[in-house]
Design a binder for this molecule. Sequence first.
Ligand code: RVP
Length: 500
Amino acid sequence: MATYYTEPSRTFSEFLLIPNLTTKACTPANVSLKTPLVKFAKGEQPAYSLNIPFASAVMQSVSDDRMGVALARAGGISFIFGSQPIEEQAGMVRKVKNHKAGFVVSRSNLTPDDTLQDVLDLKARNGHSHFAITHDGTPNGKLLGLVTSRDYRISRDATDKPIRSFMTPFESLIVGRSGITLSEANDLIWDHKLNVLPIVDERQHLDTLVFRKDYDAHKEHPYELLDANKSYVVGAGINSKDYMDRVPALVEAGADVLVIDSSDGYSEWQRETIEYVKANFDVKIGAGNVVDREGFLYLVEAGADFVKVGIGGGSICITREQKGIGRGQASAVIEVAEARDEYFRRTGVYVPICSDGGIVHDYHITLALAMGADFVMMGRYFARFDESPTRKLKIGNNFVKEFWGEGSNRARNWQRYDTGGKSGLMFEEGVDSYVPYAGPLQENMDKTTAKIKSTMCNCGSLTISELQKNARITLVSATSLVEGGAHDVILKDNSGLSGE
Ligand code: RVP
């Protein structure tokens, strides 16, 4: 006979947190959201921790190199999507690792033979006001001069004037040498009252530019997640099919952490993948997804450094409808967290778990953490931001961004859903959709983390592990769900009434 679970499978919206005593010391400013990313032994520190417990989903429409830089800068981690050719994915990882905070590759470049009109055209196209003048007009050509808006007067100058006649020539420029630190570059910027400092190599070829405003921005990101070489930490998705080719390329590109990306990770394919990676590389590897104790323990015994939890809860996911597998996200997290704690007591090894999918409201993140998740992975949340890889469109009066599932026809990521064998039959497990455009990542994350910290204070907790120990969580009835939103009032926005 089949096994029946007596408890229904539940989701985050069915729970609320009950406040604990808030002491005077418990203020949002004192709350830390630091959390382990990979397993560690009792009394030791994990090799990687996150400063903010957020990971961006292993999805084409979410995690490319731009998201990787933006999220690491904000304190979390991106897992660059694996449903692309190996070299392209490795290229994205490399871009994140090579992105030196504050040092940017010049994006507006011209040659001395170009004209003032070319400067004006480029300015109109990308809005930049500094132009590197290189011998061949490329970002890393020999630097011959610089043009800023102080070098020309549109009202007086002929637009066919060649750049060489009005640029500031190299001989008159203050430049930094490749290899200088950001704070040394900043000293030059301040000492010489510059807005931009070109960094050149020993052959006078342009390496990068440092902008005064970027240095200020760098100081505004106190949570940025850096490795020992001061490069951003980045993850990458792999699958259990081409890992023997993909993993070496990703490790060579500098990926810090890998994750096997699958809708159902409780499989011998995942065990073999983990064993291969552990035997051949010194790189961290997460696995999943699972929704119960057995699945968690199986992947941990195989050597996983963290385990991802969740089947069918993603906003674009139709796995439950298509295949009838899955579990309410809250129930899955609660059971796996219990298994994680039990494993820790038994072995002294703490294996972090990630709640993946189904976060709709910011408070769902706090609930997931309170229920035992060490961090959350989100797709829809990040897809809404400027930094996600997809197009921003105007539909009616609203701006939206495109967002599609890895199991949709558009992504064609069949490996994520393949259960092995010679399967030719493929069916969609995801949809192609839009999400409301929400602006820049940092601004949104600041708001979300402010809410989480504030709720943690309500719960008398200064850290995530305190929250996991102290949280008191109650189920809500269907009727009290109504009570939780605005009710029995006429909302002004929708009233259709006009007042004085
Ligand atoms: P959400 O944050 O609710 O958008 O969920 C994102 C998660 O959904 C991903 O991390 C992944 O686990 C899952 N996903 C991605 N594509 C699909 C699909 O097409 N079914 N599901």
